[in-house]
Design a protein around this ligand. Structure first.
Ligand code: AMP
Ligand code: MG
Length: 406
């Protein structure tokens, strides 16, 4: 970094801010048993081990014919069909020297240990003939292949996705203990804000942050406590912040956290608790604040919608996930991609550009939304990733850049 490419003075670097706040994050306690149908995106409270083998017995992975491999190994190629086993049925022990007609998912009759797929067999007159090349155990899914008794199915602290829910169902659990949903209070500050559906008077704009923030929190499986819009005045801001802190595990506000005379959030936080961090070397989103309000963690996100998106995603999200008890995936997945843009001007803050990653034959190119202004929410709606540019970084098209997948 040359002298010209210094970070702006007085701002905390993003990585340092993240490390500090993550060290301060406390996991919520308690656990509640919930049916699987209500567990999507919830965080597993304790590790789950399987009480059964899945599959519970050796079964066929093909429609075909089951036999004793030792018969085949003697050179026998023609087998009398001694029984028929469909999925859900239980066959009789297989008579030596015979084969069983069998279907996908059916348990192998006792004694059978290989299956010839029907495309490789010729059945005629109650018997079947096989070719060469059958291997021991062919087309058999052994008992416990998926999960065996006693093995770990899902680790504690996992956010349950479709795959986990399927797996938990496969081991026969109707529900699991999950951590309580993190209760997140959100507050939109600004005299200019009105809700969608209302007429827009001169000077007003619609409250977009509220909907974006709620959606991002719900995507994380958290419970949103929406405290609505707070006008830009100190008393109301203090009162609503205190109310929010009382009802929730953590409080998020948007707007009102800059240095203007109409920005009352910072003062209210200092009156009710303490400000631990303010102003990061991040773009967009410099005025981000972190602290405590009546003992509860607090994030003051900036007002501009793109700044809300970026600071929530990069800073607040990992913190909230840690509070929610998640032990994995606190950071977004990062990949490298070819820049499909030029960025000639070195910044003094770490930038998070709204981009779209497109994969093609042998790689990936990331393009930028043409207007990266923090007030332009269309960039967020259009994008599927954030390009990270460290302080002082310039980019020539074709260069490799860091990309966070959303
Ligand atoms: P502030 O940080 O309060 O000065 O807000 C910065 C910019 O973001 C201003 O242009 C606000 O009008 C805008 N803004 C603040 N809150 C919201 C919101 N909830 N929805 C849309 N725009 C907002
Ligand atoms: Mg404002």
């Amino acid at each position: 970094m040359s002298a010209m490419h210094k970070q702006a003075a007085g701002l905390t670097p993003v990585e340092e801010a993240l490390a500090r706040i993550l060290a301060d994050a406390r996991q919520i306690s308690g656990a509640e048993f919930r049916p699987l149908s209500e567990c999507r995106n919830r965080v597993l409270a304790s590790a789950v081990h399987s009480a059964i083998d899945v599959p519970p017995a050796d079964n066929s992975s093909m429609d075909g014919y089951a036999l004793r491999f030792e018969d085949y190994a003697t050179g026998q190629r023609r087998f009398v069909l001694s029984q028929r086993v469909a999925a859900g049925a239980v066959g009789l022990p297989l008579e030596p020297g015979t084969a069983a007609r069998i279907f996908t998912g059916a348990e192998l009759p006792a004694g059978a240990d290989a299956v010839v797929m029907q495309e490789e067999a010729r059945a005629q007159d109650g018997a079947v003939e096989f070719g060469e090349g059958l291997r021991p155990g062919a087309n058999v899914r052994p008992r416990g292949q998926d999960i065996s008794v006693g093995s770990l199915a899902v680790e504690a602290g996992t956010r349950l996705s479709a795959g986990h829910l399927g797996l938990l169902a496969s081991i026969g659990l109707p529900g699991v203990p999950v951590l309580p949903r993190l209760r997140v209070a959100i507050l939109s500050t600004g005299n200019e804000l009105v809700e969608p559906g209302q007429p827009l008077a001169p000077g007003q704009i619609y409250n977009s942050n509220r909907y974006m923030l709620s959606a991002m929190l719900e995507d994380l499986g958290m419970a949103v406590i929406d405290k609505g819009i707070v006008p830009d005045e100190p008393e109301g801001t203090r009162r609503l912040l205190a109310e929010a802190a009382e009802s929730a595990d953590v409080v998020l506000t948007t707007g009102g956290v800059s240095v203007g005379e109409e920005d009352h959030v910072k003062g209210a936080v200092e009156a009710l608790g303490e400000l631990q961090l303010w102003k990061l070397a991040i773009k967009p989103g410099k005025p981000l604040a972190y602290g405590r309000v009546a003992g509860k963690p607090f994030f003051g996100l900036p007002g501009n919608p793109s700044s809300v998106f970026v600071t929530f995603t990069v800073i607040a999200r990992p913190y909230l996930q840690r509070m929610q008890g998640l032990t994995q995936d606190l950071r977004l997945q990062e990949v490298q991609a070819e820049a499909g843009f030029d960025w000639p001007k070195a910044g003094k803050r770490q930038e998070y550009l709204r981009g779209r990653l497109e994969t093609h034959g042998d790689g990936a190119v990331v393009r930028l939304y043409p207007n990266q202004s923090s007030g332009v929410l269309a960039s967020v709606a259009w994008g599927n990733c954030l390009v990270v540019l460290p302080v002082g970084k310039t980019v020539n098209a074709g260069e490799v850049v860091r990309v966070l997948l959303l």
